[in-house]
Design a protein. Structure first.
Length: 382
């Protein structure tokens, strides 16, 4: 699960770092990023393009900032389209195949992104939208698996370890993406991480099972531990979705607002920070990627530590479940929102406080609605 989150975030963020080399923006760059330019025509028709010298010949497109914004946001539009349907279907048919299919589609489309850029920006937008739809299937399906695999007192630890894959993936893609673009050319950012995604798909379909009872490799003692722990929770037979009750539920709206604030800030930082450092601070693509990645290595550590701390407080009965979730949710949303109002350094530092949401707002879907955990997560993400 950690590897799948790592793979999906690298494929999502790959464009954020590669676009520095893909787009003609020499008027904002220092000599280290200078390009050899030829005549450029219609900004939405990249048939005429220049060549940027990063040690290799790679096409450079004249996409306006508005066009870049549409390309960046298209993957989010795709995610929104499939979140609720995939969450519902994963709860019925099992998450293994839905998540695996989403990961496979996303990986293949990542490999085809450089080719799509050759044909025009419209095809890039279309591919990113479909890729978002595939990732929407993958992001929500994992919580159906956790509902059947994670014992209550280990839930924060397990989900935080898995969730740290997203922070670690952000660090890796931003750190090495600039180096790859400079050494090999920006298309190899997509080729490398698309190929990693295909390898992850093979591992996923090989080792992942929807529930512990069907897994052939775990011991009987471990199966008994998981099933007995989950059996102690209050459960109810499958029933229709209580839509009216969900709409009127104030705690659900609170979770929704926590998701909204967290993912809005994360998306802004991950998507635009490399471009900001490159164009506004005039840092070359290699150093821009490294600087953009620094907050996320600490974020990955904070994610795991946050989950460990939450489970420690629960296992020792030091705090109640609701108190632990409120505490971590408050730290996650409030402190990071205060920090993001300051300068760039604090904006970067604020991301260190974002990842503990694996032990706060995200996991509330498992605590509060086991039968509909995946559907609740997908609704909040929308």
């Amino acid at each position: 699960m950690h590897f799948s989150n790592f793979t999906m975030i690298t494929q999502r963020v790959s464009l954020s770092i590669a676009i520095i080399a893909m787009v003609n923006s020499t008027q904002h760059q220092d000599p280290a990023n200078a390009a050899t330019e030829g005549p450029l025509t219609d900004p939405l028709s990249n048939r005429s393009r220049s060549v940027k010298d990063f040690g290799t010949r790679a096409a450079v497109y004249q996409w306006s900032t508005e066009t870049q914004g549409i390309i960046f946001s298209s993957i989010s539009y795709g995610i929104i389209l499939t979140l609720i349907p995939s969450g519902y279907l994963a709860g019925i048919f099992g998450a293994k195949h839905i998540l695996g299919a989403g990961l496979l589609i996303s990986s293949l489309l990542t490999l085809f992104t450089p080719m799509a850029a050759e044909f025009g920006v419209i095809l890039v937008i279309a591919i990113r939208t479909v890729q978002g739809m595939a990732q929407g299937m993958a992001w929500t399906g994992q919580f159906t698996i956790w509902a059947k695999w994670a014992p209550p007192l280990e839930r924060s630890k397990l989900t935080s370890i898995a969730g740290s894959g997203a922070a670690f993936g952000s660090f890796i893609i931003l750190c090495v993406g600039g180096l790859i673009s400079q050494a090999l050319g920006w298309p190899f950012v997509f080729y490398i991480f698309g190929s990693i995604g295909c390898v992850c798909c093979v591992l996923w379909f090989t080792v992942i099972y929807d529930d512990p009872m069907n897994h052939p490799c775990i011991s009987g003692k471990e199966k008994e531990h998981i099933t007995s722990s989950l059996a102690q929770q209050s459960s109810s037979p499958r029933r229709s979705i209580p839509i009216k009750a969900m709409v009127r539920c104030l705690p659900l709206w609170a979770i929704f607002m926590g998701f909204f604030s967290h993912f809005w800030l994360c998306t802004i930082i991950i998507t635009y920070l490399p471009t900001y450092i490159n164009t506004v601070l005039h840092v070359n693509i290699r150093d821009s990627g490294v600087l953009s990645s620094l907050p996320f290595i600490a974020a990955s550590s904070c994610t795991v530590l946050g989950g460990q701390m939450a489970d420690f407080l629960l296992s020792r009965n030091l705090l109640s479940l609701i108190t632990v979730r409120k505490l971590f949710s408050s730290l996650d949303t409030q402190v990071s929102s205060w920090a993001s109002q300051e300068d760039l350094a604090l904006l970067q530092g604020s991301s260190l406080l974002l990842p503990p949401d694996s032990s706060s707002v995200r996991i509330l879907n498992l605590d509060g609605g086991m039968c509909f955990s995946c559907l609740l997560l997908s609704t909040c993400l929308v």
